[in-house]
Design a protein around this ligand. Structure first.
Ligand code: AMP
Length: 418
């Protein structure tokens, strides 16, 4: 085979594409019900947009972007994250003009040149929401609760919601100094990555996965000790609402997140079963981003969740499949039945049911086998005798009941079986 897919990418093959579709329709349905509307933005943007928003020191911008100069000399990048792109569109299209709070969501592909491994790809899919316009803590708690409820609604229950507040930029400036003061005498014990971060972005040292550094950081000052009175009040309210909603969380003062634009609340939902790449969802408040990208300063909060990781965490549990419509298999036997079978197929389909038929003119036995393989819950048989009687044999495979049903009553009969 001469051509293979690019490293870190994968094909969604027919046997899993239905799982993808059902998870995506679950997301659309639930977010619409929560009052969020979908936004779709182009797959590439100006490189500068990500440099300005995500930050030059972040891993994403410094080493993971797929960027190129096009034939017209424009510096472009395949979207490595959605928020910057959504905010760019929010400003450009003046979305804040008519609505005091814009509630947006997205589902789409992103590109990062990371080292591929289970749960980490170079093209991956995220869904997420952005609520732009409210500075109040109930908005943070709503966003967190939406993420939490969507994930647990998929049957993914073994999760940890980690919560922190990184305050305002003033808080972080003061905290940075305290952290550097604490780390300076221990500089020699730091890994090379952390030493690099020491100068460029010391807060990111808290992200370390290195065991001895984690131990060393246990005695470091905590960012929550540096929160201003207003930041602290905001955080307390976020926690109160989550308690009111019975959403369990763990405080994690090391959760500073990799991207530059966060303020105050940060959170992450991790699976306790996924292994190294355990983060399913990350988010937080980003009150400064809209203003820094040239829009009217507007507070905002959102999250992004990885769809591949959701599917991995769901495993074989398919909560969604149980809720899907029943599958019907239509069996036509003999030349005389064919035209009637095609008409009935069309009618059933137009009524919104899932129905398949055999286009290979196979035997009754072979068609029954096929129906079984597909996991059909209803079979409809039309043979010569049925043609004479103008009735089809309908078998409810769940109860085992079989009845002879007049052709023109098939739809209402199926309706009653639901
Ligand atoms: P981030 O945009 O880095 O905050 O990531 C948000 C979520 O997207 C993570 O919690 C993961 O579920 C998912 N994610 C991030 N990077 C990747 C990747 N390279 N491959 C698959 N999923 C990813």
């Amino acid at each position: 085979m001469k051509f293979r897919s690019i490293k870190g990418t994968y094909d969604v093959l027919p046997d899993v594409s239905n799982k993808w579709k059902s998870i995506e329709s679950y997301i659309h349905k639930n977010l619409n019900r929560a009052g969020y509307n979908e936004i779709r933005t182009p797959i590439f943007e100006n490189t500068e947009l990500f440099k300005r928003s995500v930050g030059l020191d972040s891993d994403v911008v410094s080493k993971e972007m797929y960027s190129w100069i096009d034939q017209g000399g424009t510096d472009l990048t395949l979207k490595p994250e959605y928020t910057a792109s959504v905010v760019r569109s929010y400003i450009q299209n003046n979305l804040g003009a008519n609505l005091p709070v814009s509630k947006l969501y997205y589902i789409g592909d992103l590109f990062r040149r990371e080292r591929p491994q289970k749960g980490r790809y170079r093209q991956f899919r995220q869904f997420g929401i952005e609520a732009i316009g409210s500075k109040y803590p109930e908005q943070d708690s709503e966003v967190i609760s939406i993420a939490y409820n969507l994930i647990t609604g998929l049957g993914i229950n073994d999760i940890t919601l980690k919560l922190n507040s990184i305050g305002s930029s003033e808080t972080r400036k003061n905290y940075k100094q305290a952290l550097l003061k604490f780390l300076k005498p221990k500089y020699d014990q730091l890994s090379e990555t952390s030493r690099n971060r020491f100068d460029s972005n010391p807060l990111r040292i808290l992200d370390t996965k290195n065991k001895s550094e984690i131990e060393l950081l246990k005695k470091a000052p905590k960012i929550t000790e540096y929160l201003s009175k207003e930041d602290d009040l905001h955080f307390t309210e976020v926690k109160t609402y989550l308690n009111d909603l019975s959403i369990p969380f763990t405080l994690d003062t090391n959760l500073v997140r990799g991207l530059d634009y966060y303020t105050r609340t940060t959170f992450e939902i991790a699976s306790n079963t996924l292994g190294a790449q355990d983060a399913i969802c990350g988010g937080g408040r980003y009150d400064k981003l809209v203003g820094s990208l040239g829009g009217k300063p507007s507070p905002a909060v959102g999250f992004a969740a990885g769809l591949e990781r959701l599917l991995l965490a769901m495993g074989d549990k398919n909560e969604l499949a149980n809720k899907e419509i029943k599958k019907i298999y239509l069996i036509g036997l003999g030349d005389k039945a064919r035209s009637t079978m095609m008409k009935i197929l069309n009618n059933i389909r137009s009524s919104g049911y899932y129905v398949e038929f055999d286009s290979l003119r196979r035997s009754l036995k072979a068609q029954l086998r096929e129906s079984n393989k597909l996991g059909a819950s209803i079979t409809i048989i039309i043979g010569e005798q049925e043609m004479e009687e103008h009735c089809a044999q309908i078998k409810d495979l769940t109860s085992g009941n079989q009845e002879s049903v007049p052709f023109d009553s098939i739809i209402s009969y199926i309706e009653d079986l639901k």
